[in-house]
Design a protein around this ligand. Structure first.
Ligand SMILES: NC(=O)c1ccc[n+]([C@@H]2O[C@H](COP(=O)([O-])OP(=O)(O)OC[C@H]3O[C@@H](n4cnc5c(N)ncnc54)[C@H](OP(=O)(O)O)[C@@H]3O)[C@@H](O)[C@H]2O)c1
Length: 278
């Protein structure tokens, strides 16, 4: 049985994936930002059959909180076989975290970047291990400006979200190169259009249409989670690394997401923003 850490495990895709992995008897390490939701998620995951469940409170948008999480996970776990960086969200207004980072980028990419970097040696010791990022088709059309990652200029909610999801794909591409030969893989995926709480951030006037869209066009969290559980467990993808998946198939991301020089620049910018050496 494997030990699998999932961020954003308190609702939607992360919680459904945790339940699916628990049903196979894996040990689940659930990360969330709300004590009550985390306890409720742990109850569900235990009931689904997990061989063990640990919970960690962490605001992925806070670097201090991510550092504390990594410190505790390293102290309390001998191995992590799967790290699923799944926490994410969408905001309508440009805001900044306590670290001074634009919130969408901090939550959807930089927190996962920092957690991954801080757990990298543990993952390498746990080989074969897998690193995942829940990215999105919203990376199509996104641009990367490492001089202005947080959109001080030209912010729109979609552009910020798309940029963070583009960063996920560039990062796993760069990670795969760095991790070659270690037995640790890194991939990103789009889970589909999934009826989860993420849509609650949409403007009020769009909500009736969204509610209808959820019913008619979106897949359930359980279906969306299968994309995560597939990449976490399927033997067919055990050696695939640096890729972007849609519907359990490798799909070419945009040209911007295949730009290795941009991936390097992004790594340096993220390392600087988090106080790690590039
Ligand atoms: N739904 C879709 O159609 C879709 C499509 C493509 C990609 N995605 C991606 O899928 C991932 C999961 O989203 P979802 O659709 O399942 O939405 P969701 O139900 O809103 O789940 C998001 C999860 O992330 C957690 N989270 C948000 N901000 C956080 C923070 N600052 N610190 C710690 N945890 C935080 C949430 O915690 P709380 O429970 O406390 O809110 C929740 O557990 C996200 O990365 C999202 O961008 C979703």
């Amino acid at each position: 049985m494997k030990t699998m850490l999932i961020t954003g495990a308190t609702s939607g895709i992360g919680l459904a994936a945790a339940r699916q992995l628990a049903a196979d008897g894996h040990r689940l390490v659930l990360v969330g930002r709300d004590t009550g939701k985390l306890a409720a998620a742990a109850d569900q995951v235990r009931a689904a059959g997990a061989s063990a469940v640990d919970t960690y409170l962490c605001d992925i948008g806070s670097q201090a909180s991510v550092r504390q999480l990594a410190h505790r996970v390293r102290a309390e776990h001998e191995r992590i076989d799967v790290l699923a960086n799944n926490a994410g969200g969408f905001t309508m207004r440009r805001t900044e975290t306590t670290d001074g980072i634009e919130t969408t980028f901090a939550v959807n990419h930089l927190g996962g970047f920092l957690l991954t970097e801080l757990l990298l040696d543990l993952l390498i010791r746990s080989t074969p291990a897998r690193i995942l990022f829940t990215s999105s088709v919203m990376h199509y059309g996104a641009t990367l400006d490492t001089e202005d990652l947080g959109f001080r200029h030209g912010y729109t909610p979609n552009a910020a979200y798309g940029r963070a999801k583009l960063a996920n794909i560039l990062y796993v591409r760069d990670l795969a190169r760095r991790l070659q030969g270690t037995g640790v893989t890194a991939n990103a995926f789009h889970p589909g259009a999934v009826a989860t709480n993420i849509w609650d951030a949409a403007p009020r006037f769009t909500r009736p249409a969204l509610a209808l869209g959820k019913k008619l066009f979106m897949i359930s969290p359980e279906e969306g989670a299968r994309a995560l559980t597939y990449l976490a467990t399927d033997p067919d993808v055990s050696a695939v690394s640096g890729c972007y998946f849609q519907r359990n198939r490798v799909k070419a991301p945009t040209a911007a997401a295949q730009d290795d020089a941009a991936a390097r620049r992004l790594h340096i910018a993220c390392a600087e923003s988090t106080g790690l050496s590039g």
